[in-house]
Design a protein around this ligand. Structure first.
Ligand code: URA
Length: 232
């Protein structure tokens, strides 16, 4: 397939036939969308993200932070963007937020083998600021490809930026957390971002941590239902 033919696929909303499609021809230097169906493995996304200059975040990047966990996971967790430790290591959620996320998962007996963890943007926003809508949109093609390949049944969206950037739902996280929403046939659960819980350490009834405990139990319950359905 020629480069022109490949570029004419941009903007399609249904996965393009991947036959003869060479992901190496996907430009990483423009803001052109990434055609769905472009990638057939996460390793190529990692390589492309590390040479991507589609947005200004590239300038401050040590490592692109693409994902960790099981590529067969039924649960995917989407954060906002890498922080300092993630930028240094290339691994998502390894700083304080990540340690808390591990504890939250452990509390319902979930481990790294049960989840795949990624972010809305793959490069660290300066000073850990929230990614702009433009940055999130430009990077979204990589995330959509990850979701297509991992094919999770459940997606946990940590914080309002993750919810808005993936689903377009602009409601505040306090309003929508804890309620399942359906996006592209997948069950999405908006939850508080772990960094928000670090700033609000109370465990009192009704506190953000207490609410997170309710939400993660709902996730565990849905996961058990899916496992039971799959076993029938
Ligand atoms: N916060 C995020 O949203 N993502 C990370 O990878 C780390 C912290």
């Amino acid at each position: 397939m020629s480069l022109e033919e490949q570029i004419s696929l941009f903007g399609q909303s249904e996965p393009a036939a991947a036959t003869n499609f060479d992901p190496e021809l996907i430009p990483t230097d423009g803001s052109l969308p990434i055609p769905p169906g472009s990638y057939s493995d996460i390793a190529t996304i990692v390589r492309h993200c590390n040479s991507c200059v589609r947005c200004e975040l590239a300038a401050g990047r040590t490592h692109a932070v693409v994902g960790r966990g099981s590529e067969n996971a039924k649960i995917m967790i989407v954060g906002e963007g890498p922080g300092q430790h993630e930028d240094e290591t290339g691994i998502p959620f390894v700083g304080r937020s990540g340690q808390l996320l591990e504890k939250i998962l452990e509390s319902v007996r979930l481990t790294e083998d049960d989840v795949y963890i990624s972010n809305i943007v793959k490069c660290r926003p300066p000073g850990n600021r929230t990614p702009t809508t433009e940055e999130a949109d430009i990077c979204k093609g990589y995330l959509l490809e990850q979701i297509r390949m991992i094919d999770p049944k459940i997606i946990l969206l940590t914080g309002a930026t993750a919810v808005r950037s993936l689903t377009g739902n602009k409601q505040g996280i306090t309003k929508i957390r804890g309620e399942w929403l359906s996006w592209n046939g997948r069950d999405c659960m908006p939850i508080f971002h772990p960094a928000y819980l670090l700033r609000n350490p109370s465990r009192d009834k009704g506190s953000p941590k207490w609410l997170m405990w309710q939400d993660i139990q709902k996730v565990r319950q849905r996961y058990d239902e899916l496992m039971a359905e799959a076993a029938v």
